[in-house]
Design a protein around this ligand. Structure first.
Ligand SMILES: Cc1cc2nc3c(=O)[nH]c(=O)nc-3n(C[C@H](O)[C@H](O)[C@H](O)COP(=O)(O)OP(=O)(O)OC[C@H]3O[C@@H](n4cnc5c(N)ncnc54)[C@H](O)[C@@H]3O)c2cc1C
Length: 448
């Protein structure tokens, strides 16, 4: 038990886990700095924008997490707050989102589409990147978010945390919650977030200052809220976990070897995402479908996916811009896990063309890039989903955290005032990540 109660916290990662943790901490009166390497907040729930060459028409694509569904009381409450703030709304699909079956040649079995009306699907408004911004605003003025900045190392001296960080090539900074700028959504885990006021040298200078001030600070608590691979790297001194990025996070010395090892045991798969705008509509009997091959013998085997696992008519989500004056539409296509892994090292341009061809094959039409396609890009998600999330480990009876009824979807090092969270510690959905962050922050507060 600390002699004084904690006053400051560092959160690494601005996805739903990190944002949930940040809100719990600010609600308890802590000053929180949340550092995110991507350009915006929201992590894997984000949006890309593009402009059609020639016409200047603006397009948006939700290329990561597609929609949000109820999962736990904490997450459901957050969804209701987001709905009240206008940051999410129902995707009124009219029974046009569900599942469909592929034949042995990965063609669509006509008539196999089955609508899933069992759950409400919520999407961000006006785009999916709004959700991260709204969660940050909900955490209030005690939260400072610093985007476009990667934490390269953490150190614990027995009393306080320090961080070393580096700026990423594309920078965006928002130091005052609730004053995010417009839709600057073009980078990796894209999202909004304002830009530094001023430009060029002035903005660079401002960012240098913010970085220096981050590195000169100490924090009473630290929470990591990243993918399993990034967690293993940062806390394991750059160790196991694979992934595509390499990097030297952690400085070679394991910081919390047990946490790093547990995170490193969680595998994740690659997912290629195609975003494509067409100047005409495709004749497919759905606006969103998960495609899989049924077992011919009817046995309940795990689904087999073809080149495309999921596709959605993104422009049917609420508030999305009309395409080609209403004559066209945008699609988001997610490659199947096996296909994406096999094509992981292909250049994005080649992947985009292959997935456009597959989309045309499913729709039984021809799609010629120069005739039908207004815009297309492929984005590779390196750590898309945790394949074997860590099973929850509830706090031992008698510990302060056990009194909170936590399921244990996080890892705690009370001796270091450290908690680790993320979807890898619960399950492969946005609501799982949120719950993990929420629990991690409560457990950490109860432990110090
Ligand atoms: C293609 C795709 C489709 C999906 N579809 C759905 C869906 O329809 N419904 C659903 O519920 N879920 C879906 N998911 C899963 C969902 O998006 C994730 O489970 C959830 O967003 C994970 O949140 P998180 O906070 O754990 O991690 P993330 O969202 O990955 O957030 C972690 C953040 O940490 C940052 N970070 C990493 N290292 C550092 C560092 N060193 N310094 C600073 N920042 C760092 C990353 O940039 C990232 O933004 C989908 C995921 C993908 C990829």
């Amino acid at each position: 038990m600390a002699a004084t109660s904690p006053k400051t916290a560092l959160v690494v990662g601005g996805g739903f886990a990190g944002l949930a943790a940040a809100q719990v901490l600010t609600e308890q009166g802590l000053e929180v700095v949340l550092v995110e390497q991507g350009r915006g907040l929201g992590g894997r729930m984000c949006t890309r924008t593009a402009t059609v060459a020639g016409t200047g028409e603006r397009l948006t694509f939700d290329h990561g997490c597609q929609y949000l569904t109820a999962r736990s009381p904490q997450w459901d409450a957050a969804l209701e707050r987001l709905r009240a703030a206008g940051a999410v709304a129902a995707w009124e699909t009219g029974g046009r989102v569900g599942t469909a079956a592929l034949d042995a040649d990965d063609g669509l079995i006509l008539g196999s589409f089955s609508a899933d009306k069992s759950k409400e699907l919520l999407v961000g408004c006006p785009t999916n990147s709004s959700v991260g911004r709204a969660l940050a605003a909900a955490a209030g003025p005690r939260l400072t978010t610093l985007t476009g900045t990667r934490i390269r190392g953490l150190s614990w001296d027995g009393k306080a945390w320090r961080a070393t960080a580096s700026r990423r090539p594309v920078l965006s900074l928002r130091v005052t919650p609730g004053q995010g700028g417009g839709e600057s959504e073009a980078a990796d885990a894209a999202g909004g977030g304002g830009s530094p006021s001023g430009s060029g040298d002035e903005a660079e200078g401002q960012l240098d200052e913010v970085l220096a001030s981050l590195e000169s600070r100490t924090f009473d608590l630290a929470i990591t809220a990243m993918s399993s691979v990034s967690t293993a790297k940062l806390l394991g001194g750059g160790g196991k976990g694979g992934g595509k990025e390499g990097g030297k996070e952690g400085g070679g010395v394991p910081l919390a070897a047990d946490v790093a090892e547990a995170a490193g045991d969680v595998r994740s798969n690659v997912c290629w995402a195609l975003i494509v705008a067409l100047n005409r509509k495709l004749d497919l009997p759905f606006d969103g479908a998960l495609l899989s091959r049924p077992d011919p013998a009817g046995r309940p085997v795990p689904p087999g996916y073809g080149p495309i696992a999921w596709l959605s008519r993104d422009s049917t989500k609420p508030g999305r811009p009309a395409v080609a004056g209403g004559a066209g539409e945008t699609w988001v296509v997610h490659g199947g896990p096996g296909w994406s892994n096999e094509h992981a090292d292909e250049p994005p341009e080649a992947v985009a063309l292959e997935l456009i061809e597959e989309l045309a094959r499913l729709a039984q039409t021809e799609l010629l890039p120069e005739r039908d396609v207004l815009h297309a890009e492929a984005h590779r998600w390196n750590n898309a989903y945790p394949l074997n999330p860590r099973p929850p480990v509830p706090p031992p009876p008698g510990s302060a955290a056990s009194g909170l009824g936590l399921a244990g979807c996080y890892m705690l090092r009370a001796d270091m005032a450290l908690a680790a969270c993320g979807d890898w510690a619960k399950g492969p959905r946005a609501g799982d990540a949120y719950l993990s962050g929420w629990e991690a922050a409560h457990a950490l507060l109860a432990s110090v």
